[in-house]
Design a protein around this ligand. Structure first.
Ligand code: ASP
Ligand code: MG
Length: 454
């Protein structure tokens, strides 16, 4: 069995769904379990509906629901025209829409939106898309069973950021899936993102949670592979919007991908595929618009080679210098400093200390004023707002000695405020002036990925 997850853009409209169906057809011999997201932008619309209901904006909420009804009905027309299954699909869609409308009306009457009700609202997107795509698959000649993910994705009761209960999922999923295949289905379709508590109440796994669903299902059935179908050629060597001539990374470890995710390089959130990778199931990130491209394979750390995989950056970081002569030979000073950060819920990224100085970076300057005020009572504080962080990421990059000497030489025209390479053997980071970022990014990329491959 394999799991194939299709994100919103792979199921955005009739054309995309037809393409998706052909991709599934090419995998029928592997018994595909298809995990779908909502049609693109539908989950955003559902969030909007739940907010409108919460604030009593009935007209707005109903207007958005009606738009969603039209969009799904048009899709059914395009995909299922001339099929007896069309009425069945419309009927199933209507049941979901009617319930959605009732939920919204109840929220408006009560004037209160609980997480439990919100989860029921925002989970509708996947329920709707799976109805349309499930029928479209069957119509195209692929006998498909549609399973409600709430039967096996068991979660705790944090309805909107629900944590999966792995043991329960492992015990429920295989039987459900196997009985679907045994009943003659050639493919199984289910919803990403959604699950249910052990009491059977709908929950969701958090935004972007469909990848997580795919990974959990893959783990539970010991799938031979998990394919995450998106609209880009896998994970790239750098952000293609900022760097010219980026390449797809063919193979990367889950740990390296996690390092990259901290920089917002979010083709998918690697933590969500952890269950699969831990069980040694390879995960492929593939492009439904460019099937020729072999995408990126995400595997266990031990199964990748050492070396640079990507250049990432955080453009807007804050660099803080904390100076205090009291630090010299006094224990407990660092504790005081970090206590202030903790109390203000500001998370610190890179840190470097010397005898009387602490330099650190913060990437979300939320309650920085409060932090500075408290720090000023025990030290001199200087905040620099015009810096960026650039990182070279890859397994054991810190062991590549020539790399660091090359990097330092190539930064000869750039002020470097901090270098960090100890925290992880997979990341070397530099803090530089923001106005140098683009140039340095490109230079690093050229050297590490272009000249080297010549
Ligand atoms: N539809 C959900 C979202 O937009 C889950 C997903 O697509 O992964 O967040
Ligand atoms: Mg996604």
């Amino acid at each position: 069995m394999i799991v194939m997850k299709f994100g919103g853009t792979s199921v955005a409209n009739a054309e995309a769904i037809k393409r998706t169906i052909e991709i599934i057809r090419s995998r029928l011999d592997k018994k595909p379990i298809v995990v779908v997201s909502a049609l693109s932008k539908v989950t955003d619309a559902l969030y909007k509906i739940s907010d409108s209901a919460k604030y009593g904006e009935q007209t707005m909420a109903i207007e958005i629901i009606d738009k969603l009804r039209v969009r799904h009905a048009e899709l059914v027309d395009e995909l299922l025209g001339g099929c007896a299954c069309k009425d069945e699909a419309l009927k199933a869609l209507n049941i979901e829409f009617d319930e959605l409308q009732k939920l919204v009306e109840a929220v408006i009457v009560l004037g209160e939106l609980t997480p439990r009700i919100k989860a029921r609202i925002i989970s509708k997107g996947e329920l709707l898309s799976s109805i349309v795509i499930g029928h479209a698959l069957t119509k195209s000649g692929i006998a498909t069973c549609r399973l409600d993910a709430r039967r096996f994705i068991v979660t705790n009761d944090e309805y909107l950021q629900a944590r999966p209960i792995i043991a329960e999922i492992e015990s429920h999923t295989p039987a459900e899936i196997e009985s679907a295949f045994n009943s003659g289905c050639k493919a199984v379709i289910t919803q990403g993102f959604i699950g249910a508590t052990s009491a059977g109440e709908t929950s969701v796994l958090g935004r972007g949670g469909s990848d997580y669903s795919a990974s959990l299902i893959g783990m539970a059935v010991s799938a031979s592979a998990i394919e995450i179908w998106t609209d880009v050629d896998g994970v790239k060597t750098a952000d293609p919007r900022r760097v010219a001539n980026t390449q797809s990374i063919s193979r990367i470890s889950f740990e390296e991908a996690a390092e990259m995710a901290h920089f917002g390089a979010k083709v998918l959130h690697p933590l969500t595929i952890e269950p699969a990778v831990m069980k040694n199931i390879p995960v492929y990130v593939l492009n439904s618009l460019n099937q020729e491209n072999s995408g990126t394979e995400i595997v266990n750390y031990d199964d990748v080679e050492d070396g640079v995989k990507s250049i990432s950056f955080k453009e807007e970081i804050v660099l803080m210098n904390i100076f205090s002569p009291h630090m010299i030979n006094i224990s407990g000073f660092l504790m005081k400093v970090f206590d202030i950060f903790a109390k203000n819920k500001v998370s610190v990224d890179l840190i470097s200390t010397s005898e009387a100085n602490i330099s650190l970076t913060i990437d979300n300057a939320g309650s920085l004023d409060a932090v500075c005020a408290s720090l000023s009572e025990i030290a001199e504080v200087r905040v620099l707002n015009d810096k960026s962080q650039l990182s070279i990421i890859g397994k054991n990059v810190v062991k590549q000695r020539s790399l660091i000497s090359w990097a330092v030489t190539s930064l000869k025209n750039t002020n470097v405020y901090m270098i960090s390479q100890a925290a992880s053997s997979d990341n070397i980071s530099f803090v530089i002036d923001r106005n140098r970022l683009d140039e340095v990014l490109q230079e690093f990329h050229n050297y590490l990925f272009e000249y080297k491959s010549l």
